[in-house]
Design a protein around this ligand. Structure first.
Ligand SMILES: [Zn+2]
Length: 253
């Protein structure tokens, strides 16, 4: 077996047989892989195989199939995220999205860095909804979806109020919106924000602030994009949608 040392984050775990556990890790250098943990409840590994825990792992990898966690150090949990059901719901969704976006056993260190940074910023107290939107927009490329929200797909002009066209799989400026009668009719500010989200750096993430009304519009349009171009339905996303419904119920009171 091949022995490697890598940073990793627990995507999820599930019981296996009577007292064992299967743990899915997303590692920096080995991609996503499943690991077998014997007697998971009284193992020294118990604290580090909980979802959303990051560690420097020493792993044993077989040619195929399951690997083993030999040791770990510098284990970290996201305390603030775990204490807040809203933050936890968004963090869980972002992790599930990363899991869905790439194949097992293929390294993707940039997605790994982006995922862990997104979680660190949620932990730090930055807006989890906006961070989730940015993650959703940037991870689209991993699903093979490439959309340009900064220019008109016909004349390539930038800096204009743009609408989105599913027919053209791109944006249309005021001179060319008439070319698609069934265009999305999105608030141009939503398109503008998506163009910023596409190119945003970690440092800039701290400076982005979005009002509640715009958040609702962003959520609705990104949902449409995912329905049209990605077509996955994650349980973690359903939970967020249900949570929004509880919010509305509370507002009606
Ligand atoms: Zn144009």
């Amino acid at each position: 077996m091949n022995r490697v040392e890598t940073k990793g984050i627990v995507l999820y775990n599930r019981p296996y047989r009577e007292s064992d556990m299967l743990v899915k890790l997303f590692t920096e250098t080995e991609g996503k892989r499943m690991f077998f943990v014997k007697h998971a409840r009284d193992s020294k590994l118990t604290p580090v195989i909980q979802p959303l825990t990051t560690s420097d792992f020493i792993l044993k990898l077989g040619q195929e199939g399951l690997g083993f966690i030999e040791d770990y150090r510098d284990s970290k949990t996201f305390v603030a995220i775990n204490e807040d059901i809203f933050k936890l719901a968004f963090a869980t969704y972002v992790v599930a999205l990363a899991d869905a976006a790439i194949q097992d056993n293929i390294a993707d260190p940039s997605l790994f860095a982006f995922l862990t940074k997104t979680l660190e910023l949620m932990e730090e107290g930055l807006d989890e909804e906006v961070l989730t939107n940015i993650f959703e927009i940037q991870v689209l490329s991993r699903f093979g979806v490439s959309l340009n929200f900064s220019e008109c797909v016909v004349c390539h002009r930038v800096g204009m109020p743009l609408d989105f066209s599913y027919q053209y799989a791109g944006c249309l400026c005021p001179d060319h919106v008439h070319q698609d009668a069934h265009r999305a009719q999105v608030d141009p500010n939503v398109i503008y924000l998506l163009s910023r989200f596409q190119g945003v750096s970690f440092e800039e993430l701290r400076t982005i602030s979005v009002g509640p009304e715009m958040k609702v519009k962003l959520r609705a349009f990104i949902d449409q994009l995912y329905e049209e171009y990605v077509g996955i339905h994650l349980k973690a996303k359903k939970f967020i949608d249900d949570m929004a419904d509880w919010g509305q119920l509370m507002h009606r009171d």
